[in-house]
Design a protein around this ligand. Sequence first.
Ligand code: BYC
Length: 328
Amino acid sequence: MYGGGYIFEETKNGKPESEDQGKLKNFEAKIAAGEKIEPSDWMPAEYRKQLIRMIEQHAHSEIIGALPEGTWITRAPGFRRKMALMAKVQDEVGHAQLLYSAAETLGKPREDMINDLITGKSKYSNVFNYPAVTWADTAVIAWLIDAGAIINQVANSKGSYGPYCRALERICIEESFHLKYGHDNVVFLATGTPKQREMVQDALNRWWKPIMHFFGPSDKISVHTETLMRWKVKMASNDDMRQKFLDMYVPKIWELKLTIPDPNLKKNQTSGKWEYTEPDWEEFKRVINGDGPCNKERLAVRRKSEEKGEWVRRALMRQDEQYVTPLS
Ligand code: BYC
């Protein structure tokens, strides 16, 4: 594979030049030895490009991911739940900041990343293009989507790029609180009145498909897994992560006597693997490419907040003295 497109690195004037095979060998030896690659280390251009793509998408997912639950802050049932949800949403935005910083170490300015998000050039997680219809949706998101995220992030925090791994470690600690908060909310509803049980079952029915998509396309059709796993950016394949999620969470869902909307879901006792209805990858592609139920709404919110926050950024950057004079 290295004989192909990966042996070139872009120089400052954008022209590719042959990468030093010795550097490539050292780089791969470091990764094989489990050492971290740091921003000032030499790295192949393709490694840099893949990391920027993945970390940037992850950062966008956190910041857009704050929106479906964020819309419930004003309607949360009770003051304690409202405070907890506000803290969670703030955490998610904080995760985006950590991840944008990690991606910046690879050379892409934050302004460019935000611009690529609001113009629809960059992707973010499929799940956040679906609406949180009731309070129970926020419970399912906080429990099961955070659970899926933790499975992915705990694995990848053992990966090769130092700044991403350190950001993931910190994020996972906070996500573990989110998961407990989400589980508490789901248990409360599932053991509550018939109406509350119905609400949480409906929410689970709505979210199951996006959650199955969340781990990415099946290994048969995944585009980047092979490269990313070879360079220890991804530490498990999409299907393996999905299997781990099913292993850990299907029993917990069934324990609450909730139904999973997939008649084919069962564990094959011989292979030890979960069998399930193959997710609709055409729908997945549509949603991640801009045609989901809430894509337009989500990006419109980000665009508006970008416009409204412009004066703050200008003031902080001290580019316009009229904003900073009173504080100086
Ligand atoms: N959604 O070759 P593949 C959170 C794209 S937020 C959208 O398998 P890869 C939270 C993929 O980008 C945490 N797009 O890709 C926040 C690629 O497209 P491009 C979110 C997806 O990278 C708030 C194409 O499909 N977690 O926890 O090897 C509230 C082919 O896929 C998705 C992360 O972002 C998707 N689900 O593997 C609550 C984790 N899946 O770029 C909770 C970081 C695939 O070629 N990301 N695509 O145009 C990853 O671990 C990996 O990127 C993935 C995909 C496993 C997601």
